[in-house]
Design a protein around this ligand. Sequence first.
Ligand code: DGL
Length: 275
Amino acid sequence: MFSQKAGPIGIFDSGYGGLTVFDKIRQAMPEYDYIYLGDNARTPYGPRSFEVVYRFTRQAVMKLFSEGCQLVILACNTASAKALRTIQQRDLPDWDPARRVLGVIRPTVEMMDQVSTTKHIGILGTAGTISSYSLEIEKMFPHITVTGESCPMWVPLVENNEFDSPGADYFVQKHLDHILSVDPRIDTLVLGCTHYPLLIGKIRQSLPQGVTVFAQGEYVAESLKDYLNRHPEMDRRLTRGGECRFLTTESAAKFSEAASVFLNDPIEVEQISID
Ligand code: DGL
């Protein structure tokens, strides 16, 4: 169904947020080729149902596979929560059992026992993501107490370039106050959404002493590196040229302007359709 030739690593997000993860992956492994795909025309995925997030994510993964990617990272917590398992179990065996699709929740959860002293963790994310984090943490570390807080205004603040504005202060403080009032023993707050690292300065400023923020990008990058070391058969299927292509389902000009907030270098972007 798809070409067996070696190809780039695909990185998928519902929009720009996954660029925060992509940036860390590229810093850790600059030698590989990458294709980033943002489904900006249909973002945000956060409020959408399982069925819709699965359908959209499946289309995006098929597109990245048809562009030659052998391995796709869902650099989107919502897609990792709502679509990853079905794609891995139902679609991959039909499409090509040698290809892989990996998410961002598992590598984040694996770090939880190390980062918390009180073993009380707070997850900040979109509504559909929080239950996936809670379930995964409960399975892996039953002694950890997890409290979730969905922050529906944070993604629009970042998407609309308002993450540095005084309006953002209000929404950041509101959710931090709430989650810490629900469990005052929390010592680690996990940014379980790819957009939230853009708000990290404001989040840090608003936290009481002794509470730290955990951003997932570099752990996802480390986990991918480790995965490729342990799976040389996949590593051989990846091309190395240090090239990056950027695809979006919305306007290319809008994407390259917004991406400059996430990445340092100017980029060229192609507009595509995936449905
Ligand atoms: N990328 C999504 C995530 O990490 C946030 C944006 C959205 O809701 O689509 O959950």
